[in-house]
Every structure is written in structure tokens, then in C-alpha cells.
Design a protein around this ligand. Structure first.
Ligand SMILES: NC(=O)c1ccc[n+]([C@@H]2O[C@H](COP(=O)([O-])OP(=O)(O)OC[C@H]3O[C@@H](n4cnc5c(N)ncnc54)[C@H](O)[C@@H]3O)[C@@H](O)[C@H]2O)c1
Length: 347
């Protein structure tokens, strides 16, 4: 007999809204609760979804013994650690949007608490659930291109998104955007580990009003000598709400793999808005009965991991390693020097 679970979602904006829709439609979820601080959004979702309960106080979900699983999709990112810690301490399974925390010490504390309480804990690295990205991992596992020599991921998102992200946090493009691609490549290239990172930022647009860079390059050497290079920029003109444009290169001793994730496959050109690239956001979006993009599948994977007691794909220790790497990248960007890993100035 199928075991259903009871889920509480904290923060139901863009990503939390996608996760709430997925939970609402899943037969794996018996009761769904949400906590949302924005009264209009709370009203909208409570009238549209089949909710067992809704509140503006996230602690009510933590203290509710009926709820076994918590999804945390709140912003700003400083909310992640206190919310995840309370949820894990209360013995709930936790899905936490990236970043796992704001310091490595906090990340360690969350991981220790999840182990102590024997609950599932995972981080939202959604791109692992994008079939194109999963294909890179599969190709490397099957040795289709021989020994990997170098990989590149260059991602650009719109200035609207860059402004939204940088307005709520001081975290860099490495921490907030390249984090997805660092996780993706480290996952594909396991068990290799990063040993050196060099990073540079540049900025001419956002710097007119703040200290926020427009773009960051990160070059990493792994312990077998191969290199990965990741670019993260957030000043593209609109293109489409939350438009993301990504190019991936994987070069090996016996072949190469190029992945076009630039979303030029759908072009909507109207007199009113000019050229638009629908279905081009990183999490994806629903089109009536179908969902295009990785976030829906990622949410269902998590629900299945809890209901069917299967392992989660993204281990929190992997998210911690990504955090270690982007912190080192930010140190390099600030000092202008390469940083070796593991660092001896932990914090
Ligand atoms: N995986 C991905 O592709 C992806 C994409 C975008 C964002 N993210 C991550 O997801 C998280 C959410 O981003 P978003 O763009 O959905 O943000 P958002 O601002 O659209 O939504 C956050 C929601 O949390 C609510 N909230 C804030 N504090 C709260 C509290 N104390 N209690 C209850 N609700 C609260 C806000 O009212 C808002 O509705 C971020 O941490 C971000 O890093 C992941």
C-alpha cells in the first residue's frame, strides 16, 4: 500500500509556487500546508490549491506534528539556515532551495542534525533534473568521449533577475548563479575534487548603483589535472521573463560533447514585445497539462524519496562542497590570486 506524506511549504513565490503546484497534483501527498508572508500570494494560493492549512507563520508548520516533510523556498537566503535547522530538529524531512546556508559552519550543523535525526535532507540543484544535463553525466559514465580534459558552462540570465537576486542578498554571481553549474559539473565529474580556483568579476552596469558585479568567471583545476570554467552573468536584456541562456562544452581525449541550452528553439515575435524566448527559465514552467523544465521533476523525485524511502539525488555534503568552492572563488576574485583547496582558513 502506498504511503502518503504530509508536506508543508515555507515561502511560495516563484519556486515555492512551482513546488506547491507539483505537491498539490501528486497522489503521494495527502495533506498540503503552506506558510507565506505575502498576504496577496497567500490568498491567491489558498483559493486555488487544495490545502489542509495555510498561515503566515512558518513556525506553525514546524510545530505541526501532522507534517512529516518541509520544503523551504523562502527568500532572502539568510532565512534558509534558521528554517532548515528548526525543521530538521523537529524531525522533518527537508528540501531546501540552494544555497544550503550562508557559512560552512551552518552547513555542517544542518548536515549533522539531519544525520542525528535520521531524516532526508536535500538541496535544490534543479539542473541535475534537466535531461540535457543528465545526458552529460551519462556520457561521461559510459566513457563516450574518453577522459575529460576540460569543461565549460557559460550562463547568462536577465538583468531583471539579476536585480531581484542582488537586491535581497550580498551573495555573488558565483554563490547565486554559477552555484548550479559548479554543482552540475562536480556531480558529472565525481569522484574528482577541486584543488585550485581562480576567479575574476567585471561590472559596468550594476556598479552604477551598487557593489554588485555584472559577471563572474570561475576557473577550477580538479585533482586529476582537468579544468572546468564557469561563467555567470546577470545583465541580459529581457528576452523573456526569467530568460536563461546557457552553452556547455565537454572536451575529452576521445570526443566532445556540446549542449545548446540557449532556448532558441521557440521564438515568439510580436509587434508589441519583439522577440521572446518562451519556456527559457531555469526552473521551467507549466504549459497547461505539461511542465517544461527540471523543477517539477525535481519536486516529484523528492516526494518519491520520502514516500518510497529512496535516496535523494543531491546529497547535502555535495552542496557543502559547492559552497566551499564558490566561497574560494569569491576570495580569489577579491584578492586576484588563485586559491588552493582544501582551504586552511575555514569559516
Ligand atoms: N533551482 C532553481 O532553479 C532556482 C531558481 C530561482 C531561485 N531559486 C532559489 O529558490 C529560493 C526562492 O527563490 P524565488 O525566486 O522563488 O523567491 P521569491 O522571492 O519569488 O519567493 C520567496 C517567497 O518567500 C516568501 N517568504 C519570505 N520570508 C518568509 C517567511 N518568513 N515565511 C513565509 N514566507 C516567506 C516571500 O513572501 C516570497 O513569496 C531562493 O533561495 C533561490 O536561491 C532556485
Amino acid at each position: 500500500m502506498l504511503k502518503q506524506i504530509n508536506v508543508g511549504i515555507i515561502g511560495t513565490g516563484w519556486c515555492g509556487g512551482i513546488r506547491a503546484n507539483a505537491c498539490d497534483a501528486s497522489p503521494l501527498v495527502d495533506k498540503l500546508y503552506i506558510a507565506e508572508q505575502n498576504p496577496e500570494r497567500l490568498k491567491e494560493l489558498s483559493s486555488r490549491l487544495k490545502l489542509e492549512g495555510f498561515t503566515d507563520d512558518w513556525l506553525k508548520l514546524i510545530h505541526n506534528p501532522d507534517i512529516d516533510t518541509i520544503i523551504i523556498s523562502a527568500t532572502p537566503e539568510t532565512t534558509h539556515y534558521p528554517m532548515a535547522l528548526k525543521a530538521l530538529e523537529a524531525g522533518k524531512n527537508v528540501f531546501l532551495e540552494k544555497p544550503i546556508a550562508t557559512t560552512l559552519i551552518e552547513a555542517d550543523h544542518l548536515i549533522e542534525t539531519s544525520i542525528k535525526n535520521n531524516v532526508k535532507f536535500t538541496i535544490g540543484y534543479s539542473q541535475r533534473f534537466n535531461a540535457k544535463y543528465a545526458y552529460v553525466k551519462k556520457s561521461l559514465e559510459e566513457n563516450l568521449i574518453g577522459e575529460p580534459v576540460t569543461c565549460l558552462v557559460s550562463r547568462h540570465i536577465t538583468r531583471e533577475l539579476g536585480e531581484k537576486i542582488s537586491a535581497r542578498t550580498a551573495l555573488s554571481p558565483a554563490a547565486m548563479e554559477a552555484t548550479h553549474d559548479l554543482d552540475f559539473l562536480l556531480w558529472c565529474l565525481q569522484p574528482r575534487k577541486p584543488v585550485k580556483v581562480y576567479s575574476q568579476t567585471s561590472g559596468k552596469l550594476f556598479s552604477r548603483n551598487s557593489n554588485t558585479p555584472d559577471h563572474q568567471w570561475i576557473m577550477v583545476t580538479l585533482d586529476d589535472g582537468m579544468t572546468i570554467t564557469i561563467g555567470a552573468g546577470w545583465i541580459l536584456p529581457l528576452g523573456y521573463p526569467n530568460f536563461s541562456n546557457t552553452w556547455i562544452e565537454v572536451i575529452g581525449t576521445d570526443g566532445s560533447l556540446f549542449i545548446d541550452d540557449t532556448h532558441k528553439d521557440i521564438q515568439l515575435n510580436t509587434v508589441k514585445n519583439g522577440m521572446r524566448y518562451p519556456l527559457s527559465s531555469m526552473p521551467g514552467e507549466s504549459v497547461n497539462h505539461a511542465f517544461s523544465g527540471p523543477m517539477h521533476n525535481e519536486t516529484i523525485h523528492f516526494l518519491e524519496a520520502i514516500a518510497l524511502n529512496k535516496p535523494v539525488l543531491v546529497k547535502p555534503e555535495e552542496a557543502r562542497l559547492v559552497m566551499d568552492l564558490y566561497i574560494a572563488a569569491d576570495i580569489s576574485a577579491e584578492t586576484g590570486e588563485p586559491v588552493t583547496l582544501p582551504r586552511n582558513d575555514r569559516g
